[in-house]
Write a protein that binds this ligand. Structure first.
Ligand code: MTE
Ligand code: HPA
Ligand code: MOS
Length: 757
């Protein structure tokens, strides 16, 4: 089944915030933000800006009737700065004018004086100065203190992975309209409508029921709108509260790039110990997360780093620690993988380091340590329905790995200025919000009297196809054609108290709720049909827009049953609540069973390197992926391809750069390079792994949004392989992204030159 949005998308008819027809008296908002990364505000003069014709007002923290606080996990972030600023781009005031152009002119007329304070931009510096968001966390399994002694080989090293810009096509934005009695309607491009509602209520000092948040769809979120869509909506809501007029606020690309947080850069150290048979016996890592100037989602992201620090390997002795380091950068935030990729890069680097030292192929160590049934993760969960070895073996066989390796060796023997590289990247990604209480969702299903159906859930459509999946679930359970089902917008008055659309869990959580609501409706309709046909209830089946008696078609149509149910005054609406069973986690001991299940897979990446220029091309990525039993392979394959491209971008091209003053230098698409059609993998082969699926996944169709991003890590190691083929003296830096500049330096370095970071 096609994505239900595809028709309007390709015709340019799909609606986004900026497409909404606005009221005639709509005003435009624009943020005035800090030009300095850290300092005391000694004076601000708004008078010239306020006097500009067409400027309606400029709002600051003084206009907040509730609390000036937007921190979700830790209350450490004001909506608008008061006396101090902590990062370049920090919102200080909100200009409301008749047009965006006037607002921009007004912004240029604001003068500010800041007494500068020392700034920190790197995680390492923050650690040295003791600047943290919260207390460190550690996971422990076995005993690393004693187990390194039992190892034949022990290696240590350090790694760096840079941040990543979300670059959703639709920038952050909202349209806020006053209703009667001080009620406000917010249309927001957010992954977390309830988060917007709750935060707006707190800042405006009004109850949540006075605020309705509606989300049509997003032009991409990728985690960047899980928490960071909130401030813009709240700013506009404050203005609406005072002005009683609609306010629209779409960030332009420059403002969005400058003011929003990104994937967290990580600086990490590791120690890995192996026995002679290449078993990893012990692993230690310390992760320094560059959190930025406020917590945002950093503590949850840090936690997921620990959960994924051993990727798809079993290691009996593990000690990992993560520190969320407070720096003077925009607060970094959720990004596809949510800290998992940063953790997984480190174990892959540790394995590579060991392989380099032992002068063996990295994949031999990977292969010797793949997770097996009943192995224990460092957080106490026992692995079941494990597909680490099966996906590896299938990839190895189906894609003829050994032959590929041989071909690459032969190529490298024959060619001097062109080298090829190959890597294998297995993944294991835990599905569920790591914060157990967030794993719930609701659905509201209406059957209208003509038999057509409307479904509301807490899921936000952001291109991942969740609405299509919700529609498929409803149509299948109700036994009607897909054209009978409509997916409504995501609205806090229809489905309340939602968790954000995140953690790849949206289809599972909301889909299960849709399934439950539809089953309740079918229970009732079965009674009606059974009477109408005078057959036992257990023989009634709803299928193909009519009633079947077991497998036999009857003449009774769906519409007729609905009409009869109406006459009998039977409720045709149902609401259901789903909460993931089984999962739990005890933070006091850092043990539990946090994930409903894991998603597995294996990717083989091959690249070709131009050793004169340092440029490379990804020739092919060959993947065996564990979809469970995919309910929509077209959508799921799209998710794998998109995530892979994003992962490769993170590992190779996308280089976030802040200067020493904490100002973003990669602040435009001319200075920040995302993968395009030329840098995408030339071919992508995806084989769905044959598996039984998992009953906690919706219709046994496993979550797919984030896991494949980490296949992109394979590109880093494939490039490194090619660099080493040209320059045997090259010493691994494990410093991503592996940009052509770094590759070129590596190709011609004589001896160890470690990068400063
Ligand atoms: N796919 C598209 N096209 N656009 C997006 O913004 N976000 C990703 C992923 N796939 C995203 C996407 C992220 S970060 C997550 S967590 C999941 O989708 C969320 O949706 P799901 O829970 O329905 O998989
Ligand atoms: N994943 C994504 N988003 C989240 C999570 C998570 O585990 N926890 C809180 N927000
Ligand atoms: Mo995704 S990073 O959980 O929004």
């Amino acid at each position: 089944m096609k994505n239900i949005d595809s028709y309007t998308h390709v015709r340019g008819e799909s609606l986004f915030v900026d497409d909404l027809i606005t009221r005639q008296d709509t005003l435009q908002g624009l943020v005035f933000d800090s030009p300095k990364a850290h300092g005391k505000i000694t004076s601000i003069d708004y008078s010239k800006a306020k006097n500009l014709k067409g400027v309606v007002n400029i709002f600051t923290h003084k206009d907040i009737l509730g609390e000036n606080q937007i921190g979700g996990i830790i209350p450490d972030e004001p909506l608008w700065a008061e006396n101090e600023v902590h990062f370049c781009g920090q919102p200080i005031a909100f200009i409301v004018a008749e047009t965006e152009l006037i607002a921009k002119k007004a912004r240029a007329l604001i003068s500010i004086e800041i007494e500068e304070l020392p700034i920190i931009t790197t995680a390492k510096e923050a650690k040295e100065k003791g600047s943290f968001i919260n207390a460190p966390r550690s996971f422990n399994l076995g005993n690393t203190k004693t187990s390194f002694d039992a190892c034949d080989y022990v290696y240590e090293g350090k790694t760096f992975t840079n941040g990543q810009e979300h670059l959703y096509l639709e920038t952050q934005g909202c349209y806020v309209v006053p209703l009667e009695n001080g009620n406000i309607k917010i249309t927001s491009s957010t992954q977390g409508p309830t988060q917007v509602q709750k935060t707006a209520a707190k800042v405006l000092g009004i109850p949540m029921h006075k605020i309705e948040v509606d989300v049509i769809r997003l032009g991409g979120g990728f985690g960047g709108k899980e928490d960071q869509a909130t401030p813009w909506a709240v700013m506009a809501a404050v203005a609406v509260q005072h002005l009683n007029k609609p306010v629209k606020f779409m960030l332009n690309r420059h403002d969005d790039l400058r003011m929003t947080g990104k994937r967290h850069p990580y600086e990490s150290t590791f120690k890995i110990g192996l026995t002679k048979d290449l078993k990893i016996n012990a692993f230690e890592a310390e992760f320094l997360q560059n959190s930025g100037a406020a917590a945002d989602l950093s503590p949850a992201i840090a936690e997921r780093t620990l959960f994924h620090a051993t990727n798809s390997y079993f290691i009996p002795n593990v000690h990992t620690t993560v520190l969320s380091c407070k720096t003077n950068l925009p607060p970094n935030t959720a990004f596809r993988g949510f800290g998992g990729p940063q953790g997984m890069f480190v174990i892959e680097a540790a394995i590579a380091k060991a392989a380099n030292a032992l002068k063996i192929d990295k994949r031999l160590i990977q292969e010797a340590n793949l997770l097996a049934e009943n192995d224990e993760f460092s957080y106490g969960q026992i692995a079941t329905q494990v597909e680490a070895k099966s996906s590896w073996t299938t990839a190895k066989e189906q894609f003829k790995l050994e032959q590929l390796e041989q071909e690459i060796d032969d190529f490298n023997q024959k060619n001097f200025l062109s080298k090829k590289g190959i890597s294998v990247m297995p993944i294991a990604f835990g599905i569920s919000f790591t914060n157990t209480p967030m794993n719930h969702a609701r659905a509201l299903v209406h059957i209208y009297q003509d038999g057509s159906i409307g479904v509301s859930t807490g899921a936000v459509e952001m291109g991942q196809g969740v609405n299509t999946k919700m529609l498929q679930v409803a149509a299948e359970i109700l036994g009607v054609h897909q054209s009978k089902v409509k997916l409504e917008t995501t609205n806090t008055t229809r489905v309340a108290n939602t968790s954000p659309t995140a953690a790849s869990s949206t289809a599972d959580l909301n889909g299960k709720a849709v399934e439950m609501a539809c089953n309740l409706l079918i229970e009732r309709l079965t009674k009606v049909a059974s009477k109408m046909l005078s057959v036992a209830e257990k023989e009634i089946v709803f299928r193909e827009d009519r009633v079947f008696i077991n497998t036999k078609k009857s003449t009774l149509l769906w519409e007729e049953v609905i009409a009869q149910a109406m006459l009998q005054r039977i409720a045709l609406s149902e609401n259901a609540h789903y909460a993931t069973p089984i999962i739990h986690f005890d933070k006091t001991v850092e043990k539990g069973h946090p994930f409903a299940y894991h998603v597995y897979g294996t990717a083989i990446t091959t690249i070709t390197l131009d050793c004169l220029r340092g440029t490379y091309e990804v020739d092919a990525v060959k993947i065996v992926h564990d979809f469970g039993k995919s309910m929509n392979l077209q959508i799921d394959i799209g998710q794998v391809e998109g995530a892979l491209a994003q992962g490769i971008g993170w590992m190779t091209l996308e280089e976030i750069a802040y200067n020493n003053e904490g100002r973003l230098e990669s602040n435009a698409l001319s200075t920040y390079k995302v993968p395009d059609i030329f840098s995408a993998a030339k071919t992508i082969d995806i084989i769905p792994l044959k598996t039984a699926g998992n009953t906690l996944a919706i219709k046994k169709s496993k979550a797919v949004g984030e896991p494949p991003l980490m296949y992109g890590i394979g590109a880093y190691f494939a490039i490194e392989h090619a660099v080493k083929a040209f320059n045997p003296n090259y010493l691994s830096k494990f410093h991503a992204p592996f940009t052509p500049e770094k590759v070129l330096t590596g190709l011609y370095e004589k001896k160890s030159e470690t990068l400063n970071h």
